[in-house]
Design a protein around this ligand. Structure first.
Ligand SMILES: NC(=O)c1ccc[n+]([C@@H]2O[C@H](COP(=O)([O-])OP(=O)(O)OC[C@H]3O[C@@H](n4cnc5c(N)ncnc54)[C@H](OP(=O)(O)O)[C@@H]3O)[C@@H](O)[C@H]2O)c1
Length: 321
């Protein structure tokens, strides 16, 4: 079988597609033939050595998310051959079982059943984006709330727009490319689309309840100004690492909460995880659409990464191994 590896950190030239033997499952493991694997910005950060999860050794496999069909089972699992499952994003050992591959072997406990109405082609595309967006937003977004969403055209941003709509809230999409992405963001359910780089962004945002942010940097101060007293910033990415000085006085005065979210914490919180999975399984493919930008074969992984790094896409880039 073919699997993507990195031999050291660097640009897309460090990607190698190698032929290796699939690993036989032991104990509670299952072997899964991957039918689709979402590409995530985290894969690029991992490749560059800038992600908080780093490979334990080199060469290292790569790929945080994916789904497929069980092809072999270990002696201590109830799983059935032919079962359609997705991987819990980040819930397995990426260094040895990265999902940008034709096969992975992981504990059955680290998989989620794929609903019958979701195709094999879509199944590996949505867990990372919706576990991140819905997992972070469900505890805080109430009906009629106004939510600012940065990197709105990213896969997680699009999932956040849909999550807000499913909860009866108003998503305000913030994008760096308002001219080219305006229509797609409105079609995806944005109540308004704003240029995240506008100098009067705080004024345009008016009054918001929550900011869901993958960007960081100076935009945080625009949220602070626009947030209602008691509002919340949920920071889950660092696309802009520019230094900034927080308006701490304003944050104290308005009692604004700044929270950091990552999917691993969600996986470690059984109650919040169960609520999030139930919400996604109920609405996926309906109120929670799977916005697919483009698919690539595994042999074209380098090109897929280049498309992601160009930032012109809207929604999910998916590898079909
Ligand atoms: N915390 C977690 O557990 C978790 C889980 C999954 C993903 N993430 C993070 O979520 C973010 C989105 O991931 P993804 O895979 O959905 O990404 P993606 O689809 O590749 O998103 C790319 C988009 O982000 C925006 N962007 C890129 N660079 C930017 C910059 N310097 N300033 C402002 N906006 C910028 C652009 O959107 P516009 O054109 O609309 O501006 C760009 O098209 C990443 O930061 C990723 O690391 C975090």
């Amino acid at each position: 079988m073919h699997a993507a590896f990195i031999s050291h950190f660097g640009d897309s030239s460090v990607i190698q597609i190698k032929t290796i033997e699939p690993q036989a499952p032991i104990g509670g493991e299952v072997q899964i033939k991957i039918t689709s694997a979402g590409l995530n910005r985290a894969d690029i950060l991992y490749r560059e050595g800038r992600h908080y999860m780093r490979p334990a050794t080199f060469p290292a496999r790569i790929g945080y998310e994916g789904a497929g069909i069980v092809t072999a089972v270990g002696p201590e699992t109830q799983a059935a051959i032919g079962e359609r499952v997705a991987l819990f994003p980040c819930g397995f050992d990426v260094t040895t079982q990265g999902a940008l591959a034709q096969t992975v072997t992981v504990p059955y406990a680290q998989t989620i059943s794929t609903p019958a109405h979701i195709s094999d082609h879509d199944a590996g595309a949505y867990w990372m984006m919706y576990l991140t967006a819905s997992g972070a937003l469900l505890p805080y977004v109430k009906k009629d709330a106004t939510v600012a969403i940065s990197a709105a055209s990213s896969s997680v941003g699009m999932a956040a727009i849909a999550t807000c709509r499913a909860l009866g809230a108003f998503p305000i999409a913030l994008t760096t490319q308002i001219e080219t992405k305006w229509d797609a963001l409105l079609a995806a359910g944005a109540h308004e689309v704003l240029d995240i780089r506008a100098s009067d962004l705080a004024k345009q945002l008016k009054a918001i309840d929550v900011a869901f942010c993958a960007v960081s940097g100076p935009v945080i101060n625009s949220y602070t100004k626009a947030l209602k007293p008691g509002g919340r910033i949920i920071q889950y990415g660092l696309l802009d690492a520019s230094p900034w000085t927080p308006h701490v006085g304003l944050m104290i005065g308005k009692h604004i909460a700044l929270e950091y979210f990552n999917i691993v914490q969600l996986l470690e919180n059984p109650m919040q995880l169960a609520e999030t999975i139930a919400f996604i399984q109920t609405h996926i493919g309906k109120a929670l659409p799977i916005h697919m930008h483009q698919t690539f074969p595994l042999n074209d992984l380098v090109r897929a990464m280049e498309v992601m790094e160009a930032n012109r896409h809207v929604g999910k880039i998916v590898i079909l191994p």
